[in-house]
Write a protein that binds this ligand. Structure first.
Ligand code: AKG
Ligand code: FE2
Length: 322
C-alpha cells in the first residue's frame, strides 16, 4: 500500500512538521498499483437511485463515495493504517476520532472558497467553529496538475480570529496573504496532512477534460463536551480484520454521531446532463418493468413458475459450459 520511503519516514518528524508548520507533504506515499486497485473498487458511473447499498452520489461537478469504509477495503486499509494511527497517536494529547471520510471525483470546474475544517454542525448547517485539535488527511488518487490543494502557510496561528466567518473571501486572501499561499500539484498517491485550523481550498479551475480523484478524511480530538461531533462511520464488518481497542475508539464504536453524511445530496444536486442520463435509463427501465408486470398479470401463476424454471435451467447449462 504505502511506499517504503513513506513508511520509514520518521513519524516524530511528521508530527513535528504538523505542530510547527501546520502541514506535512509526501509525494507518492501510496503505490500506483494500490491506487489503481482502489479506484477499481468504486463505480463512479453508477449513482444511487433506490439502490439497497451504499454508493456514489453527485453534487454538481463532484461525485462522492462518502461511505468508503463500507465500500472500499483499500480505502479502509489506508484510513486505519498503522502509519496514520501512529501519526494521530503522537499528534493528539487525548482521544481522537475519525470524524468524516470520502473518496471523490472532481471534473470540469470548481471554485471552492478558502476555509478551515474545524466545523461544528447542526443538522445540515455549519453552526460554529470549534477549537478542538484535528488533522486533515488528503491523498491524491490521480496526478494533480490543476485544481491542486492550496493552503495558507501559518494560517493555523491566526484563523481563530475569523471564527465568526463561514469562509474567507478570495480577495481577502489575495490582498493579505498571497505570498503565503502554497499550491500543491503532485503525482498520484501523494499525501497532504494538515492542521484543520489551516486556511485551505482546492484551487479553482475550469477544464472540461480534467478529472481529479481524492481520498480525504479528518480526525479530531473530540472532547466529552462535543459528543455527537462527526458523521457516522458505516463500516463493512468484512474489513475489520485488524480490530484493536485503539481502532474501536478511533472508528467511534458506541460513540454518538449527529452529522449527516457529506455532501447533502438529492435529485436536486444532480447536473442537468446526469439528470438527463438518469431519465433515459429510467424510461428504459419503466418499459421493462411494465412489460414484466403485464406478463405477470396476464399469465397464470403456474405458467410463470414454468418459465422461471426453464430460464434457470438454460442459465445453469450455459454457466456449466463456460
Ligand atoms: O479537495 C481539496 O483539495 C480540498 C477539499 C476540502 O478542503 C474539503 O472538502 O473540505
Ligand atoms: Fe477543507
Amino acid at each position: 500500500m504505502f511506499d517504503s520511503n513513506f513508511i520509514n519516514y520518521n513519524t516524530d518528524q511528521i508530527v513535528n512538521d504538523l505542530k510547527i508548520k501546520g502541514y506535512f507533504v509526501f509525494e507518492q506515499a501510496l503505490n500506483e498499483e494500490y491506487v489503481d486497485e482502489l479506484l477499481r473498487e468504486i463505480d463512479f458511473e453508477k449513482l444511487l437511485v433506490n439502490t439497497n447499498d451504499v454508493g456514489v452520489v453527485i453534487a454538481s461537478d463532484i461525485k462522492f463515495l462518502t461511505h468508503c469504509l463500507a465500500n472500499s477495503k483499500k480505502a479502509y486499509d489506508i484510513i486505519t493504517s498503522r502509519k496514520v494511527l501512529d501519526i494521530c497517536k503522537k499528534y493528539f494529547n487525548e482521544d481522537y476520532k475519525l470524524t468524516n471520510h470520502r473518496v471523490y471525483k472532481t471534473t470540469k470546474k470548481g471554485h471552492m472558497p478558502w476555509h478551515t475544517d474545524n466545523n461544528l454542525q447542526y443538522e445540515k448547517q455549519l453552526s460554529a467553529k470549534h477549537n478542538m485539535p484535528g488533522l486533515l488527511f488528503l491523498f491524491y488518487l490521480s496526478d494533480v496538475t490543476t485544481n491542486a490543494f492550496q493552503l495558507v502557510k501559518n494560517s493555523q496561528t491566526w484563523s481563530r480570529q475569523y471564527q465568526h466567518e463561514i469562509y474567507l473571501s478570495d480577495s481577502f486572501i489575495e490582498n493579505n496573504y498571497s505570498q503565503d499561499i502554497l499550491t500543491l500539484p503532485m503525482k498520484k498517491g501523494s499525501v497532504v496532512i494538515c492542521d484543520i485550523h489551516t486556511v485551505h481550498r482546492a484551487e479553482p479551475f475550469k477544464d472540461k477534460d480534467y478529472t481529479r480523484y481524492t481520498l480525504l478524511f479528518q480526525v479530531d480530538q473530540v472532547g466529552s463536551e462535543y459528543v455527537g461531533h462527526g458523521e457516522k462511520n458505516l463500516v463493512n464488518t468484512e474489513y475489520l480484520d485488524n480490530l484493536t481497542p485503539e481502532l474501536i475508539d478511533y472508528l467511534g464504536f458506541g460513540f454518538k454521531r449527529d452529522y449527516p453524511a457529506f455532501p447533502n445530496s438529492s435529485i436536486a444536486t444532480m447536473k442537468i446532463s446526469e439528470f438527463w442520463n438518469l431519465q433515459k435509463h429510467l424510461l428504459f427501465q419503466t418499459f421493462q418493468t411494465l412489460s414484466k408486470n403485464l406478463a405477470i398479470t396476464l399469465l397464470p401463476g403456474g405458467v410463470i413458475i414454468n418459465i422461471k424454471r426453464i430460464m434457470w435451467n438454460i442459465k445453469s447449462i450455459r454457466s456449466k459450459n463456460k
